[in-house]
Design a protein around this ligand. Structure first.
Ligand SMILES: NC(=O)c1ccc[n+]([C@@H]2O[C@H](COP(=O)([O-])OP(=O)(O)OC[C@H]3O[C@@H](n4cnc5c(N)ncnc54)[C@H](O)[C@@H]3O)[C@@H](O)[C@H]2O)c1
Length: 355
């Protein structure tokens, strides 16, 4: 359905991977979008430039920090919905500079909540938290099964990890996102804000600037395309459910439009048990896609890395009817194609500027 409205949807972190995909989607359906992003993540300026070139005055881009109180107060004015994605997104970076991580993820979220609390009619808010709030899942018994870890209990294997799992924040990133997650839920209770939390597993797709620190599917593909070795931390059997970004956009929009049903809840969001990959299985898939096996090097496990995490998404499905549709193989193929094209056009640009 196309809608025409001049009240913008605010996307914090809207130049980033998920934000730029959502902005593109919403503008295509007749919305105007306001982006608040400080462009601190390398490469996201290209996402924003492309959005502005494609959509012109349907996008209002504000280059500002989520901790900038005045900029945030200004940005929420008139917003019909708020998607809060701006954040420090890497566990590794959080271990190097926990203060910055806390200030952006927890402090920035509080600034946003306070700005929204002051509005006469607070708009729906969707916040993207992380599976890291469940820590390393110490009580989960696992066994090795070929190229992957798998739960010993069949029930967990069939359904994944649900929202009843105890919070066990690990790593500064887990703590800062977890604090923000709890603040959002509390503001839904204490101040009746129409807010919902997504605890997300691995999201992948076009517009992703994957690095070794975050966005592993895109990162592995980029290394393989560049002919560079891939470093795996741990044994490579760690398993994640993977969700293609279009399926996530569908979930985000459903959360907004069904906010009266989902407000005040946290939902585990990911590909679920039918869309999982271990790191070694992704290497196999890349070999099939490219006709050559990438070179792989192994390093010790990284702090806070879960050997197995698969979302139980049944609660969100029951509330909204949402189901992931894109299988990992199909999604990885699309991302591979997008990256090949993008890396080729970046190489051309470099050639032209050298020439
Ligand atoms: N991609 C995933 O797999 C995944 C999984 C779980 C949770 N999340 C969460 O979803 C959100 C979006 O993730 P993404 O993959 O699109 O990440 P991303 O890094 O591509 O996007 C985040 C954006 O926030 C911006 N940003 C960072 N610090 C900022 C600040 N101080 N002020 C304003 N903007 C700032 C960055 O420039 C970037 O454009 C993040 O909050 C992340 O923690 C993502």
């Amino acid at each position: 359905m196309r809608v025409s409205t001049d009240r913008p949807v605010l996307i914090t972190g809207g130049a980033g991977f998920i934000g730029a995909n959502l902005a593109h989607h919403l503008i295509g359906r007749g919305h105007t979008v306001r982006v608040l992003d400080d462009l601190s993540r390398r490469g996201v300026e290209l996402n924003l430039a492309r959005l502005c070139a494609q959509h012109g005055d349907r996008i209002d881009a504000r280059i500002a920090d989520i901790r900038d109180r005045d900029a945030v107060r200004d940005a929420v004015q008139g917003a019909r919905a708020v998607f809060h994605f701006a954040g420090q997104t890497a566990v590794t970076t959080s271990l190097v500079d926990p203060r910055h991580d806390f200030s952006v993820n927890a402090g920035g979220t509080l600034e946003l909540l306070e700005a929204i609390r002051d509005l006469p009619v607070p708009p729906p808010i969707v916040f993207t938290s992380t599976n890291k709030v469940y820590g390393c899942l110490p009580g989960l018994a696992l066994r090795v099964d070929g190229a992957r870890w798998r739960p010993v209990e069949d029930e967990v294997q069939a359904r994944g990890i649900d929202e009843g799992t105890g919070l066990a924040f690990r790593t500064p990133y887990g703590c800062s996102k977890g604090a923000a997650d709890q603040y959002v839920l509390d503001y839904a209770q204490s101040f009746q804000l129409p807010a919902v939390v997504f605890r997300m597993s691995c999201i992948y797709g076009p517009r992703q600037q994957g690095t070794e620190d975050q966005g592993w599917i895109a990162h592995f593909l980029i290394r393989a395309i560049d002919g560079a070795p891939i470093t795996i931390y741990g044994d490579g059997r760690q398993v994640r459910d993977v969700l293609y970004v279009e399926d996530l956009i569908d979930a985000l929009v459903r959360a907004w439009t069904r906010i009266e049903v989902v407000r005040g809840h946290a939902y585990n969001i990911g590909g679920g048990p039918r869309c999982t990959l271990s790191l070694l299985e992704l290497i196999d898939l890349i070999e099939q896609l490219r006709g050559a096996r990438p070179e792989v090097r192994f390093e010790p496990w990284r702090e806070g890395d879960q050997r197995y995490y698969v979302s139980d998404t049944r609660a969100f499905t029951a509330a909204t009817g949402w189901q992931p549709r894109i299988a990992p193989r199909a999604g990885v193929e699309v991302l591979h194609g997008w990256l090949v094209e993008r890396l080729a056009s970046l190489a051309n640009l470099t050639e032209v500027s050298r020439g």
